[in-house]
Design a protein around this ligand. Structure first.
Ligand SMILES: *Cc1c(COP(=O)(O)O)cnc(C)c1O
Length: 393
C-alpha cells in the first residue's frame, strides 16, 4: 500500500489483507470471534490489540478493517470506523463526541433521520441545537459562538441540492474550537475531499454510492486517528452499531467500481440538466454541476463534478409529478440514491411526507419537486425516457 496512490488505485488495492492462501479477491471473514494461541496471548490482546489483531466482530474484523482502511485512504483520512448504516455513523459520531450542555449548530436542510437525531435525540440528552440556513454565512457566523462544540451539515443538501461552503464554515467553527462534521453523501467520496478542505469528521452512508448497487446498508465515520480510536471506537463498540463482515465485503467490491460508476452517473446528470434547460413543464432544474445553479461557482470550487442527483420541479404540481413518475419506463420509483439503476423520488409525499408544511416551504420541497438519482444506464435512453414522461405529465 502506498501513500502516493491516486484515489482510483487506492479504491482497488487499498487496505487489502491476504490470508495464507493469497486469495486475489478479498476474503469474507464471517466470524464473530478469534481464537488465541494461549491464555497469555488473550490477555495481551485485551490489553492492547495490534492493527491486525481482532477480539470480537463488534470491535473489529479483518474484512471490516479492509473496508475501513480502503475508504480512509481514498478520502485522505487518517482512520475510519465502519457502521451498520449511514444513520449509525451520523448518530454514533455525534453521540460519541457530545455531552449534556454542549452546543451544536447545524444546517436545517437535512436528511429526515439526521434531523431527528439533532432535534429529538440530542435535545433529549441536554444538547443545545441551533438549526440555521446553511447557505447563509451570516447565520453561521452569528450561531457559532465560544463554547460551540460541533457543527453539522450535509455538503450538498437533500433534495434541493443546496451547496454548503465547507472551507468557510470550517474557518468559523475552528476559531471557537468546534469540530466540523460533514455528511458528504451527495458529494460522494469520488468528487469531494472534505477533510482537505478543513472538515474534522466526514460521514458516508455506504448504502448509497459505495455499494451503488442497492444491496446492503452501511456507513463509515472518517477522521483523525485519535478521534476515531479514542472517541468513536469506544462508543461504537459498546453500543453495537458495527458493520457486518458480509456487508464490508459488499462495500469493498463497491469501492472498486465506484469511480467508474459515479463519473458516468455525473456525466449523464449534466447531460440531462442540459437537455432540460428551458423545458416548458419545469419551473426549476437543479444540478450543482451546471452554471444555472445559483451556487455553481462554490460547487465547482469544492467538488470535481456536480454529483449524481438532479432535482426538477414540475410547474403544475403534484398531479403532474405523479403522472411523470408513473410514465417513466427506465427510472424506478423508489427512495435510495447513488444506485446503478436510475431512481425517482417525490420527496413531498415520501421521504419528507411528515415535515409540516411551513418546513417544506422553508426547504423548497414543493408539490412538483422530483429527485432524480441518475444511474449508469445509457444516457441517451434515460434522457429520452425522461423527456417522453414529461410530455405525458
Ligand atoms: C441515506 C442518507 C443517510 C442515512 O444513511 P442510511 O445508510 O440509510 O442509514 C444519511 N445522510 C444522507 C445525506 C443520506 O442520503
Amino acid at each position: 500500500m502506498s501513500d502516493t496512490w491516486k484515489p482510483r488505485t487506492a479504491a482497488v488495492h487499498g487496505g487489502t489483507r491476504r490470508s495464507q492462501y493469497g486469495e486475489l479477491s478479498e476474503a469474507i471473514f464471517l466470524t464473530q470471534g478469534f481464537a488465541y494461541d494461549s491464555a497469555e496471548a488473550a490477555e495481551a490482546r485485551f490489553l492492547q490489540a495490534g492493527p491486525d489483531e481482532f477480539i470480537y466482530a463488534r470491535y473489529g474484523n479483518p474484512t471490516v478493517a479492509m473496508f475501513e482502511d480502503r475508504i480512509a485512504l481514498l478520502e485522505g483520512a487518517e482512520d475510519g470506523f465502519a457502521t451498520a448504516s449511514g444513520m449509525a455513523a451520523v448518530s454514533g459520531a455525534l453521540m460519541a463526541m457530545l455531552k449534556a450542555g454542549d452546543h451544536v449548530v447545524a444546517a436545517r436542510a437535512l436528511f429526515g433521520s439526521c434531523l431527528y437525531v439533532l432535534e429529538e435525540v440530542l435535545r433529549r440528552y441536554g444538547v443545545e441545537v441551533d438549526l440555521i440556513d446553511g447557505t447563509d454565512m451570516d447565520q453561521w457566523a452569528s450561531a457559532i459562538r465560544p463554547g460551540t462544540r460541533a457543527v453539522f451539515f450535509e455538503s450538498i443538501s437533500n433534495p434541493t441540492l443546496e451547496v454548503i461552503d465547507i472551507k468557510g464554515v470550517c474557518e468559523l467553527a475552528h476559531k471557537v474550537g468546534a469540530l466540523v462534521v460533514v455528511d458528504n453523501v451527495f458529494a460522494t467520496p469520488v468528487f469531494s475531499r472534505a477533510i482537505a478542505q478543513g472538515a474534522d469528521v466526514v460521514i458516508y452512508s455506504a448504502t448509497k454510492h459505495i455499494d451503488g448497487q442497492g444491496r446492503a446498508l452501511g456507513g463509515v465515520i472518517l477522521g483523525r486517528r485519535d478521534f476515531i480510536r479514542k472517541v468513536v471506537e469506544p462508543y461504537m463498540k459498546h453500543t453495537g452499531g458495527a458493520m457486518s463482515p458480509f456487508t464490508a465485503w459488499v462495500m469493498l467490491k463497491g469501492l472498486e467500481t465506484m469511480s467508474l460508476r459515479v463519473n458516468a452517473q455525473a456525466d449523464t446528470a449534466l447531460r440531462l440538466t442540459e437537455a432540460l434547460q428551458g423545458h416548458g413543464k419545469l419551473s426549476r432544474v437543479i444540478y450543482p454541476g451546471h452554471p444555472s445553479h445559483p451556487q455553481h461557482a462554490l460547487a465547482a470550487g469544492q467538488m470535481d463534478k456536480g454529483g449524481t442527483v438532479v432535482s426538477i420541479d414540475l410547474a403544475e404540481g403534484q398531479e403532474a409529478a405523479f403522472r411523470f413518475l408513473n410514465t417513466l419506463k427506465i427510472a424506478k420509483i423508489s427512495n435510495n440514491l447513488g444506485d446503478a439503476k436510475s431512481i425517482v423520488t417525490h420527496p413531498a409525499t415520501t421521504t419528507h411526507q411528515r415535515l409540516p408544511q411551513d418546513q417544506k416551504d422553508l426547504l423548497g420541497i414543493t408539490p412538483g419537486l422530483v429527485r432524480i438519482s441518475v444511474g449508469i444506464e445509457d444516457g441517451g435512453d434515460l434522457i429520452a425516457d425522461i423527456l417522453q414522461a414529461l410530455e405525458t405529465a
